[in-house]
Design a protein around this ligand. Structure first.
Ligand SMILES: CC(=O)N[C@H]1[C@@H](OP(=O)(O)OP(=O)(O)OC[C@H]2O[C@@H](n3ccc(=O)[nH]c3=O)[C@H](O)[C@@H]2O)O[C@H](CO)[C@@H](O)[C@@H]1O
Length: 371
């Protein structure tokens, strides 16, 4: 069997595709895969590292207001559809799967019109524009959030939850802290702003570090995002936090082994990207969430609210985030073992570790019913 996957821009669209590819390969080791993304997106870095054949389409997202640049984007979209068609004709896949981001648009649309079975996996509480348009054409839709269902035709839509990499549940806490060189006895706070980092969270953290510098009970693993790393290091100096003397603050630009960091984490401070939340809830980690307010239709706030309603997370709005507020929320949690336990349990009940297997069933069933 042959499959094409497409999705990209950010990790939240790429890791679900990689997870589904791994799941199909486990069921059918002979299955062949091709991943189609853009050369500029994070997928150009992550996908080849996962040993998956990778091809690119040159395409950009439309600006949401009228601008001359949109004519260039339109030209690229037309060229993108033509390139998608030639890739599909040459590769002849049994099914095509889209995991969001504008790159998946031309490929899924063209495949649907060519009569190839297609599935889109939508991750968020409110679907993105690409998936809303594709919904009319594709064969099946697997969505991560109940609230997204109303945007899709009911007959082809299944609420599956979001797929997470197997590795997310692989490591025990003690294995992970040892492997990462962390203390076994200190509580670990994992700070992550999603695949591209979060400036506002990065800017709020130094106030927390000033207070918890070399604290005997708490340690911090902070993933800044690649473009943000140097700013964070510089701002530590401004707060007189000497990282060379700190034994409980570890700052990294990006982690290829995020599942290991999640296994070590007792609390996360994070944006509310759907895949990050799926990973956090699969492991049952309490979290302090600061949704990114400029995500399409503010979907991150809705992603976060689903956890807050079940008492699995505390939310701080981006506009209300200050170092002092973050310090207060974090300290409140760290001081209450009981609260952390309750939140951890609520978080765990929201996880969907079975999502990847169920979506894989849907993909394979589409191929079988077409054969
Ligand atoms: C700014 C924006 O619009 N972000 C969107 C993007 O999220 P974005 O990609 O930022 O965030 P997600 O939380 O969904 O996914 C991040 C993924 O990257 C991984 N990771 C992250 C950092 C790192 O150092 N190493 C690493 O492996 C995480 O473990 C996770 O698997 O897609 C998501 C899914 O559609 C949306 O919900 C988000 O709103």
């Amino acid at each position: 069997m042959k499959f094409i996957f497409s999705g990209g821009g950010t990790g939240g669209h790429i890791y679900p595709a990689i997870t589904l590819i791994e799941n199909i390969k486990e069921r059918d080791p002979k299955a062949q895969m091709l991943y189609v993304g853009t050369a500029k997106g994070l997928e150009a870095d992550i996908v080849p590292k996962a040993d998956i054949p990778f091809r690119t389409i040159d395409i950009e997202g439309f600006a949401r207001h009228i601008t001359l640049k949109n004519f260039v984007v339109l030209g690229k979209a037309v060229a993108g559809v033509m390139k998608a068609r030639s890739i599909l004709k040459e590769y002849r896949p049994d099914a095509v799967v889209g995991t969001g981001g504008y790159v998946s648009g031309p490929l899924l649309l063209t495949a649907s019109l060519m009569g190839i079975p297609t599935l889109i996996q939508d991750q968020n509480a409110i679907p993105g524009i690409t998936n809303k348009i594709l919904a009319r054409f594709v064969s099946k839709i697997a969505c991560g959030y109940e609230s997204a269902r109303v945007h899709f035709p009911p007959a082809k839509t299944v609420l599956t939850g979001n797929p997470i990499r197997k590795d997310v549940l692989r490591y025990s806490r003690s294995e992970a802290v040892q492997e990462l060189g962390l203390s076994k006895t200190k509580k670990t706070v994992l700070i992550t702003g999603g695949s591209r980092g979060a400036r506002r969270i990065n800017e709020a953290m130094p106030a927390v570090y000033k207070q918890y510098f070399n604290n005997e009970a708490v340690q911090f693993l902070h993933v800044t995002g690649r473009g943000e790393y140097q700013n964070v290091i510089n701002s530590m100096k401004a707060y007189n936090v000497d990282l060379e003397k700190a034994d409980n603050i570890f700052i990294k630009p990006y982690l290829y082994n995020m599942p290991m960091a999640l296994a070590a984490a007792d609390i996360t401070v994070a944006r509310a990207g759907a895949i990050g939340l799926a990973e956090v809830t699969a492991r049952g980690i309490p979290s302090i969430l600061v949704p990114y307010p400029y995500a399409a239709e503010n979907h991150q706030e809705f992603n976060a609210r689903a956890l807050v309603e079940k008492k699995a997370a505390v939310m701080i709005l981006n506009s209300e985030l200050t170092g002092q507020r973050l310090l207060k929320e974090l300290t409140d949690l760290l001081l209450s073992e009981e609260k952390m336990k309750t939140m951890a349990l609520a978080s765990k009940t929201m996880g969907h570790p079975e999502a990847a297997a169920n979506i894989t069933d849907m993909i394979l069933a589409m191929v079988v019913s077409k054969a």
